[in-house]
Write a protein that binds this ligand. Structure first.
Ligand code: PMP
Length: 426
């Protein structure tokens, strides 16, 4: 039954029941954390053999001694494994340090301080810089923009990716719009997989800025949790076919494949962009950690090796996603207090609660010992104008704790929701 169909007396009864459940929850004195999308210890253990896999081996396929400086593009055999997975020809894919976020940050810094292919001037010399930010989105993307004074304009996500009518309108209207953040597969946090049409429109759309760039953060390229294997369209090819060969920067990493602190990050793009980025990077490093890259090659072996390894992750992670869905369904299905879609990959579930209640849900959960990502983190400047999105990150706690925590969250959603409905009627 929807809230509109309930009498005020009926809502009071439901609110009082939620209050009793909440008091019971607080009495349990829980200490649980659903805040960050990190692999659990059990997931990290899957890659433990990687730590001593080298056994004294330190030689590349071409005979290079990997203990030394050099090889700025990264180990070719690792780029060959990941090129097809990121849909980038391996000659155009750099294997770098341990963090793709670092590469995204550095790309923006290099664009600020140097002239990119197709740019008329350095971004630092532009009067205004604007990035489009599909929401809900990833808070660390927004933090990079905030750090460098890049204005952020939110664009709503749809089940097919960002609202493309709005994106096309904004990029055509204003030359200050220089970029868009995209997490095209199992998006953080709503799990959306971009449709082929969205990818084609992003590649083809006319932009007022000649140096407009898509920051294609394919962080969850291989992170399937079910038997489905959705493949997004190949953005790099689409861009060059549409006459915009330099439009996209592709990023990815093995942070959530092997080890989040000791993985390998990748940068892929057009030959011109790769040459530009590599030349700029050559000033800051004499080469990446190729021994870690060799560890990855020996451990993962090939695309089939990555697939098998990701299945082992899915066995650990998927039951936790199901537990999130079950807890929410049990308490909230059929009410209009919340909505969510269970993603089939990635690391997050996005929960949408009654407008005006997300911060209250997070506060109630905190009081009950359940840490949630702050409400607003899914939006630029930490401000969700509707105060309705909550990002759930269920990977770290063990399964039983995910179930306990999520039952608690569902109770908080009921209490905050019914309180809000009563306040609105008062
Ligand atoms: N992009 C997205 C969308 C992410 O969710 C994360 C991790 N939470 C990252 C990038 C960070 O990746 P890395 O560890 O390679 O810096």
């Amino acid at each position: 039954m929807t809230a509109a169909e309930l009498t005020t007396e009926e809502i009071v009864v439901l609110r009082d029941a939620a209050r009793r459940d909440y008091d019971d929850l607080v009495a349990k004195k829980l200490s649980l954390d659903l805040t960050r999308g990190k692999p659990s210890s059990a997931q990290l253990d899957l890659s433990e053999p990687m730590l001593d896999i080298l056994q004294g081996d330190h030689t590349a396929a071409d005979g290079t001694d990997l203990r030394n400086y050099g090889g700025p593009a990264g180990l070719p055999e690792l780029r060959d494994i990941f090129g097809p997975l990121f849909q980038v020809p391996s000659a155009q894919l750099l294997a770098a340090g341990n963090s793709s976020l670092e590469l995204m940050h550095d790309t923006i810094v290099q664009a600020l301080l140097g002239v990119m292919p197709g740019a008329e001037r350095r971004w630092a010399d532009e009067e205004r810089l604007v990035f489009l930010c599909p929401v809900p989105g990833y808070d660390r993307h927004f933090s990079i923009c905030e750090r460098f004074g890049i204005e952020m304009v939110p664009v709503a996500m749809t089940p097919d990716g960002p609202d493309m009518d709005e994106v096309e309108r904004l990029v055509a209207a204003d030359p200050a719009v220089k970029g868009i953040w995209c997490v095209p597969k199992y998006s953080n946090p709503d799990g959306t997989v971009y449709s082929d049409e969205t990818v084609a429109r992003l590649a083809a759309m006319p932009t007022a800025a000649p140096d407009f760039r898509i920051f294609w953060d394919n962080a969850y390229a291989v992170h399937h949790l079910t038997e489905e294997r959705p493949e997004i369209a190949d953005i790099l090819t689409r861009c060059s076919e549409s006459g915009h060969p330099d439009r996209v920067f592709v990023f990815g990493s093995t942070s959530k494949v092997t080890m989040a602190g000791g993985g390998v990050a990748f940068f892929g793009s057009s030959p011109a962009n790769v040459a530009w980025f590599a030349a700029a990077s050559a000033k800051r490093t004499i080469g990446p950690d190729k021994l870690n890259q060799l560890r990855h090659v020996k451990f993962l072996k090939d695309g089939a090796g990555v697939e098998a390894h990701m299945r082992a992750h899915a066995e650990i992670v998927w039951p936790k996603f199901e537990a999130v869905d079950k807890a929410l369904t049990e308490q909230l299905e059929g009410s209009d207090l919340a909505s969510w879609a269970l993603p089939k990959g990635g690391y997050f579930v996005a929960l949408q609660v009654l407008p005006g209640t997300a911060s209250e849900v997070v506060r109630l959960a905190k009081e009950a010992g359940i840490a949630l990502t702050p409400a607003g983190a899914t939006h630029p400047y930490g401000k969700d104008p509707e105060d309705s999105w909550i990002r759930l990150a269920p990977t770290v706690p063990v399964l039983a704790d995910v179930a306990t925590a999520m039952a608690g969250v569902a109770t908080c959603v009921r209490l905050a929701g019914f309180d809000k409905l009563l306040a609105d009627r008062a």
